[in-house]
Ligand binder design. Structure first.
Ligand code: FAD
Ligand code: UDP
Length: 402
């Protein structure tokens, strides 16, 4: 029986731990209070509060780096959001104060631009958009124009609630905005007709009769100064961490020898060996390249709202962290085209598909979690729930405040 002693060869951040590897199983010679599977914001925040409470934590991640989806890769001095653009926003002062106590956040305010066949519009839908669309300049004129635009759709409902995204959008902002800024973008993003999508998707987009391009209504938003890696490194400072370590190829059978409690932030269905079937996901793929200009599109986020372009949006990463003269001081830039892609086995699972089939399958898996002693399931993969970053942190803070 070949037993190999490894000292940190596959490790990312370890303090004097000895691991034994026999075939695919890894045995750890130190005992922990928590084995945390996944170093994303759920796992990392959990590790932070646990280690502050004097607990010993081992964090493992199957990826070659820590931080989960907020991980940034530094290219040409620019922090590139490798797993999709992440903008931190919250109304919760405790969460905001907590993250700022680890790393100060900058003043980035998300204000995307929509490009429809070369015509540019401000988002979210506000007085700037209405002026660009119809030339109106007062809220009264804009409201009157929207009433006129939506009259036909409202009449067609005959008093019932909108049943799908198309009806909802037409009743919210009328046909011009639906045609130029919603219909094709949504079809690209979701890969299906707006009539076949639930109404609630569009309800979260603000419609404002003020000149305000801030995409979020929250009191606080920004990006950690120095990037998200500074935040996750601070969260994981006192934990032992291993990268390139898949739970199912390492501690699946032996974790009880390693730790008292398992904190699992991987996929819910995978934990149970997909025994009830596979949950569906929506995914996104990115084409990232360096452009040798200091400023490519003048904004971090530009949405392409027609079918003319196959991608949904282009992210120019430097604008998340560089403002004013700093933009031109950095002579190149990194951009990512974002493509909405049908999920296939082996791709990154990004967004849960909250339709009836998947919700009920997730519920059946959730009931299995109750029979797993000493296992905490948390985060977007293990809860099969769309979570923004702040609510993930809030949830862990609440767990530790009890
Ligand atoms: P993750 O960050 O996904 O971390 C899970 C970790 O577990 C991963 O590192 C994974 O490798 C690891 N793992 C999984 N299985 C195993 C295994 N078997 N063994 C070992 N490790 C494993 N939120 C916002 O607030 N603002 C935004 O702008 C925003 N933009 C987003 C854009 C995209 C494209 C996506 C997908 C999400 C976005 N979010 C945003 C949400 C945000 O990413 C999540 O709230 C946050 O990442 C959740 O953290 P988590 O720890 O649950 O998951
Ligand atoms: N949306 C749109 N045009 C845009 C931006 C958004 O039609 O330029 C629609 C689209 O259907 C999207 C929904 O609004 O799914 C919610 O947008 P948001 O940006 O909040 O969602 P995300 O892209 O983060 O899923």
């Amino acid at each position: 029986m070949a037993v190999l002693i490894i000292f940190c060869t596959f490790a990312c951040k370890l303090s004097h731990i000895v691991f034994l590897k026999e075939s695919n199983k890894i045995f750890c010679m130190k005992h922990y209070d928590y084995l945390i599977v996944g170093s994303g914001l759920f796992g990392a925040t959990f590790a932070y509060f646990a280690t502050k409470a004097g607990k010993k934590c081992l964090v493992i991640d199957k990826r070659p780096q820590l931080g989960g989806n907020v991980y940034c890769e530094n290219i040409e001095g620019i922090n590139v959001h490798k797993y999709g653009a992440h903008i931190f926003h919250t109304n919760n002062k405790k969460v905001w104060d907590f993250v700022n106590s680890l790393v100060p956040f900058n003043r980035y305010t998300n204000s995307p631009i929509a490009n429809y066949k070369g015509e540019l519009y401000n988002l979210p839908f506000n007085m700037n958009t209405f002026r660009q669309m119809w030339g109106v300049t007062t809220p009264q004129e804009a409201k009157a124009r929207i009433e006129e635009q939506k009259a036909e759709a409202v009449a067609a409902l005959c008093g019932r609630e909108p049943q799908n995204l198309e009806e909802q959008a037409l009743c919210l902002v009328g046909k011009d905005i639906f045609t130029k800024l919603i219909k094709e973008y949504t079809e690209k993003q979701w890969g299906r007709d707006c009539k076949d999508l639930p109404a609630f998707i569009i309800r979260r987009l603000p419609v404002r009769f003020v000149y305000d391009n801030n995409y979020f209504n929250d009191s606080y938003q920004g990006i950690p100064i120095g990037g998200y890696n500074v935040l996750t490194e601070a969260l994981l400072d006192d934990a032992d961490c291993l990268t390139d370590t898949d739970f199912f190829e390492s501690y699946r059978d032996t974790w009880r020898d390693v730790a008292d409690t398992l904190v699992y932030t991987g996929r819910l269905d995978e934990y149970f060996g997909f025994s009830l079937g596979r949950l569906d996901w929506r995914t996104v793929s990115f084409k990232t390249r360096v452009e040798h200009v200091s400023n490519y599109q003048g904004n971090a986020v530009v949405n392409y709202t027609s079918h003319n372009e196959p991608y949904t949006r282009i992210i120019e990463h430097k604008h998340f962290e560089m403002f004013g003269d700093k933009v031109d001081a950095c002579s190149s830039t990194v951009i990512s085209e974002e493509y909405s892609t049908e999920y296939k086995h082996g791709m990154e699972p990004y967004y849960p598909v909250n339709d009836e089939k998947n919700n009920s399958l997730a519920d059946r898996y959730r009931s299995l979690t109750e029979a797993e002693p000493n296992v905490i399931f948390g985060g977007r993969l293990a809860e099969y729930k769309y979570y923004d970053m702040a609510p993930v942190i809030e949830k862990v803070m609440q767990m530790w405040s009890k």
